[in-house]
Ligand binder design. Structure first.
Ligand code: NAP
Length: 290
């Protein structure tokens, strides 16, 4: 049942550019309604040059919480009062909590990823993890995996290998453990995947409209490995389909998306998120069957 907006309604939302295709309003508003909370969640398109005003507006309008997406995840940091230690290490924020005008930044992309992995029973401590990609999501995931005691190797395409090398160095420095970065050519992919317990696709390869592509040759997939493809559109990527055919365990990108949303929801409301409902709403929006 939908609740009426009142003079007491608390406002949460998303800032980014673009924001039109976001699934967050559907997930959060369904969750507010389910729990009978007097909250509303809106998407705000904020241009890069207006980010400072947007955050000043968050304070002035007493907006309770914001998610932050591309292109603001790094640029927003100087406007906040405090960072959660993990978000500080990662150097990117995707969730802000406004506590009486004091703004604290978190990275629930990272904690949502870990929640999705752990909820399936795949704790990463002591596990060998191969991460494909070195972009924003790969960065958050690499830091939380290193923080959770995993052994990492990062693979990226040749054109931007220096990104992967820089990420590996930063994690080595932050956690005092060896992390290597390699070009994701056939030989390096095979070597990394043959010895990996968990493989994370943090590239956009396989994302709609290129859903016929996979970042991993099917012949490298095997039973006993966990494949976590963070791409959530399509719901089941080619990589996830071929991994399941090879007998590997799979974790869906949607579970990370729902995980990050659920953790933000809990910070803003202090209530346990209705994760199943949020996932069903996201699946509906992606055109799948709940
Ligand atoms: P990003 O910062 O743009 O990084 C993209 C990464 O993909 C880079 O490492 C890039 O390599 C690599 N890449 C792109 N095209 C490639 C290709 N054809 N071959 C090999 N590598 C390629 O993007 P992002 O924010 O990290 O997001 C990456 C993916 O994760 C997107 O599909 C996004 O939707 C998904 N995602 C999912 C969640 C979730 O909650 N499930 C959260 C965040 C992101 P280069 O460095 O060489 O360009």
């Amino acid at each position: 049942m939908k609740h009426d907006i009142s003079g007491k309604t608390k406002v949460c939302g998303l800032i980014g550019d673009p924001v039109e295709h976001t699934m967050s309003p559907v997930m959060h508003n369904a969750a507010f309604n389910e729990l009978g909370l007097d909250y509303v969640y809106l998407a705000f398109r904020v241009r890069a040059e207006e980010l400072a005003q947007a955050i000043a507006g968050m304070r002035a309008l007493n907006i309770r919480g914001l998610n932050v997406t591309i292109p603001h995840k790094v640029a927003v940091i100087p406007f906040l009062d405090e960072l959660d230690p993990l978000a500080e290490k990662i150097g990117a924020v995707n969730t802000i909590l406004n506590d009486g005008g004091f703004l604290k930044g978190y990275n629930t992309d990272a904690t949502g990823f870990l929640k999705a992995l752990r909820d399936r029973g795949f704790g990463p401590a002591g596990k060998r993890v191969a991460i494909l990609g070195a972009g924003g999501a790969a960065r958050a995931i690499s830091f939380i995996l290193a923080d959770s005691g995993a052994e990492l190797v990062i693979l990226n395409r040749r054109e931007e290998l220096d990104w992967a090398e820089a990420l590996a160095r930063q994690i080595s420095d932050a956690f005092g453990k060896e992390v290597n970065a390699f070009e994701s050519d056939a030989a390096n992919l095979k070597a990394a995947l043959d010895s990996a317990d968990i493989v994370v696709n943090a590239t956009s390869v396989g994302m709609s409209p290129h859903s016929g592509e996979s970042p991993v040759p099917a012949g490298l997939l095997r039973a006993g490995m966990v494949i976590f493809d963070i791409v959530y559109n399509p719901l089941k990527t080619r990589l996830a389909t071929e991994a399941a055919q090879a007998g590997a365990e799979t974790v869906m990108g949607l579970d990370m998306l729902v995980g990050q949303g659920a953790l933000a929801f809990e910070m803003w409301t202090g209530k346990q998120a209705p994760v199943g409902l949020m996932k069903r709403e996201a699946i509906k929006m992606l055109g799948g069957r709940p």
